[in-house]
Design a protein. Sequence first.
Length: 387
Amino acid sequence: MEGLKFRGRPPILIARSLKDVVSLKNEYARTIMDRKQPIDEGFINAIIAQSLMSWEGRRPAPALDEGGNFQCAVTDLDLFSFLTPLAARGAVIEITRYHNRRQVVKKANERRVGVPNRFGPITGLISHQDLLSFSVRIFDNTVIKKDPNTGRESIGDHRNLMLVDCDGYFYNSWEIIRFDPTAEENRFFTENKLWTSNVVYFKNYIHPNRWQSIFSSQHLLKKMLIERINDEAGFCGKEVKRLRGMGIRFSPIGKDEYAPPYRGETIPIRVGTIEMILDIPKFSGTYESFPNTRKGLIEARRRQKYLIYTLRPQVQFQVRANEAAYFFYGGINYGAPGKVAYWMEGRKWNIDKKVPGGRILWNQIVLSPDMALRCRIKEITARVSAE
């Protein structure tokens, strides 16, 4: 919620980097809050890189003893720290025996080969914005597509494969991942005795100590960044509507005959999740309107899609991963406050707080006169495949 003011001066015992963010002295924070400052992938990567998940520099407990036998079922290296570097280099992975958890959608011009395996290069890691569900996006080479105009077939299309189920636990259809490691990756996994026959078994998808990350300056910057992306995407959507209202249309190309896809049956389930909101001041400045031309219309739509489908997922994955760690390891429960990181000394969760005009009860930590973090545990309905 924008523009809230919080009474009283918060305690000053807080990490300097965090103080700079919540007081908007941090250069990234100032850029985010100013609509006249451009937001692009380079800017986002600079923020993400401050707390990137990775196996580099880690010293995980070995899963094998000196004789090469399992001394424990799993390694304490978390799955996301393993997958993030693979996604960054576009590694080709194979997931065996995969079955859809969400609604099954089949298009008339597509067919699949190699069922039930899936394989292809990783194109991203994504998360659900409400559920504690995470997926890997691959360019799935088991998909065969037929061009409706030429009849020619091509191999591959983007697919999201669930890693973590709607309830925040490992999805049981995701059992083994196969990939060709780089020399550096192979050395890391071999020296740390993490695998046998090129198979790694994971206990956690997110490291338990990551619960503290929700109190970090990097996490708050990402929360602010998501709000800024949503704000600009909303502006672009209004621009598209405005330009179309002037009679401007996209290029008048012929449309293919539409064949509605088959959509499988779904059933509802109730799952627990965590909701976190960062209350921030209003954004300053204004966005520049797009030209009143067809080119302007195309640019507005392109920018909107870029913000929603390229930039936001990169940031949201990192944010929801931190919040999932807090859900499971932060000591929070329904109506009860959770733990607070040591650098937040002097602050605590204030429970049963309401925003002006609201009825929902929140746990809240005031960070500055203009900024506060709200958190609550709740149950929501998710729909999953009935097949």
